[in-house]
Design a protein around this ligand. Structure first.
Ligand SMILES: C[S@@+](CC[C@H](N)C(=O)[O-])C[C@H]1O[C@@H](n2cnc3c(N)ncnc32)[C@H](O)[C@@H]1O
Length: 210
């Protein structure tokens, strides 16, 4: 990243930390960053490190950490559309890129469940550094956790039996109120209580509960 982008990232970080830079103003700044630099620029703003090493002994069906692309996160915020009244839940929240970005753009409450403790501690530290409130990171197996929320995000965090368990947990929320489920790199076409929306975004699928 060149020095001018770094300077803009530092300025954006100060604006976010003070609470002055949010929503459409922040989105405008972000969209002015060249597409190819956006992921690195967002990580610079949030103080997110390069890819950390995964903890040894991750369960067989758990997918290792890889952050979701900024463009998919922006598509999710736009297509849902995510609002300040929503609670966004990221199953397998990693270092928190999805939740921090979605939170500062939409104002929604955010909760992440992550099985790797170092990632949870790092995500908490980064969001506290930025004085973000209404965002939390829980150390837990997301497929065993009690869930609530209005929008659920899954960037292919697990497969097989783990995925089936997580979908059942999300279904218990949908039985209480309508929800939206967003997936990246994962199709849920066999889940009969979810209806996929038509979309122009290749990698993101948005589903409504029936
Ligand atoms: C592909 S990464 C996505 C990270 C994050 N959502 C993002 O986009 O930046 C998948 C994450 O799911 C986590 N994970 C895998 N199995 C899990 C489980 N059963 N419960 C909670 N987190 C899990 C992994 O540790 C990893 O951080």
């Amino acid at each position: 990243m060149n020095e001018s982008l770094r300077v803009r990232a530092r300025a954006a970080r100060i604006g976010i930390k003070s609470g002055a830079l949010r929503g459409s103003a922040l989105l405008e700044v972000l969209l002015s960053v060249p597409f190819i630099e956006r992921d690195a620029w967002v990580d610079e703003v949030f103080g997110l490190p390069e890819l950390p090493v995964d903890v040894p002994g991750l369960p067989r069906e758990s997918v290792p950490y890889l952050p979701c692309g900024v463009d998919e996160i922006l598509a999710m915020v736009r297509d849902v559309p995510l609002r300040a009244e929503d609670e966004l839940v990221d199953l397998g929240s990693g270092l928190g890129r999805v939740l921090m970005l979605a939170h500062v753009i939409s104002g929604s409450a955010c909760k992440g469940f992550e099985i790797q403790e170092p990632l949870v501690l790092d995500a908490r530290a980064r969001s506290e550094d930025l004085c973000l409130s209404n965002i939390s990171f829980v150390l837990a197996d997301a497929t065993e956790a009690d869930l609530d929320g209005t929008v659920f995000f899954l960037y292919a965090p697990f497969s097989g039996e783990m995925l089936r368990r997580a979908i059942k947990r999300i279904q218990t929320v949908a039985a209480r109120h309508p929800i939206v489920v967003c997936t990246v790199g994962l199709e849920l076409n066999d889940v009969t209580w979810l209806v996929a929306r038509r979309s122009n975004t290749v990698t993101l699928t948005v589903y409504d509960s029936r």
